[in-house]
Design a binder for this molecule. Structure first.
Ligand code: TRP
Length: 327
């Protein structure tokens, strides 16, 4: 039996990069019989960065709708909002007392974020990895699916578990990362990673017209200036996306057409846009339907928080005992 926990920032619905990179894996893991999964929408983490409070509820609803639409089964995993399980903050305080300050200040994300928001270097940015450790250890998770950018944070979570166990007795398993060979999808500019803040994404709920327009403007091989120039499908951004979203025969046709200069980039983009539209249609439809019924989302998240709290309370009972708190 493995216990899995992962967290995702509530930045609204997600894009095709998130879907292929993380979400698809969550869906797969949640369906495995011997995996108990917790998926946490981390609003307490989100408030360490500049944000608009009035937009937060909707971001949570959109994210939850997209996750459900992607096939995450809320009956097989606990999908919940971090701030609805107050034990996260309680454990974070306790773990802070076994976290070396020096390590926190050396986290590369802390340094990056401090540079990005020099006017708001709050202590929460520094203690962010402690809250993340609390998310994981609260459920005594054994496995944590993370992207490369979170590996350092997970290493620290392991050290925090080790230190707590060393000081107070065996309490937490040391969580192991799950690295997936998920593709890194670049943004439509073909250069930077796909990211909402860079404005180079295709959302899974994007409407067909917007998809056609965005793909038409996507990056193509700069060495293929004319249609009569042979291209390089292995390194071409549009050909790469065909691999993920087009049926094999369409992909083969456009890779071949690119290599032999018989099909142009414009043709390839048109076909890709139609493939994407078809690929995303069921998810889009389902998500829009769910977003139109926020009361269903509320129920799902409430049930998820209830499940999470049951486990969280049990861990906290043990933690309090280990700490010698008065009862
Ligand atoms: N910090 C993670 C990110 O930005 C999100 C996160 C919060 C997380 N708590 C977590 C990921 C616990 C894995 C486990 O992507």
């Amino acid at each position: 039996m493995e216990t899995v926990l992962s967290g995702i920032q509530p930045s609204g619905g997600f894009h095709i990069g998130n879907y292929l990179g993380a979400v698809q894996n969550w869906v797969r893991m949640a369906a495995l019989p011997d995996y108990r999964c917790y998926f946490c929408i981390v609003d307490l983490h989100a408030i360490t960065q500049n944000y608009e409070p009035s937009a937060m509820p909707n971001r949570v609803v959109e994210l939850c709708a997209d996750l459900l639409a992607a096939g995450l089964d809320p009956n097989r995993s606990a999908l919940f909002v971090q701030s609805q399980v107050p034990e996260h903050t309680e454990l974070a305080w306790i773990l802070a007392t076994v976290t070396p300050y020096g390590e926190l200040s050396r986290m590369t994300q802390f340094k990056d974020k401090s540079e990005r928001q020099p006017e708001n270097i709050n202590a929460g940015l520094l203690t962010y990895p402690i809250l993340m450790a609390a998310d994981i250890l609260l459920y005594r998770a054994t496995r944590v699916p993370v992207g490369m950018d979170q590996v350092q944070h997970l290493e620290l979570a392991r050290e925090i578990a080790r230190r707590f166990n060393g000081r107070f007795g065996d309490t937490f398993p040391e969580p192991l990362p799950i690295h997936t060979q998920a593709p890194k999808i670049l943004g439509l500019d073909g250069k930077q990673k796909m990211s909402k803040s860079l404005g180079n994404t295709i959302e899974v709920t994007e409407n067909p017209e917007a998809i056609r327009k965005k793909i038409a403007g996507a990056y193509t091989d700069e060495t293929r200036l004319r249609k009569t120039d042979p291209g390089h499908p292995e390194s071409c951004y549009v050909c790469g996306l065909h691999n993920y979203f087009s049926p094999p025969d369409v992909t083969a046709r456009h890779h071949e057409g690119c290599r032999t200069a018989t099909l142009g980039c414009v043709d390839s983009k048109r076909a890709l846009a139609e493939s994407l539209i078809q690929y995303l249609a069921p998810m889009r439809e389902r998500s829009l339907e769910l977003r139109a019924h926020p009361e269903q989302i509320r129920e799902t998240l409430a049930a998820g928080a209830e499940t999470a709290r049951r486990a969280a309370r049990e861990t906290m009972g043990l933690v309090r005992e280990r700490l010698g708190f008065y009862r």
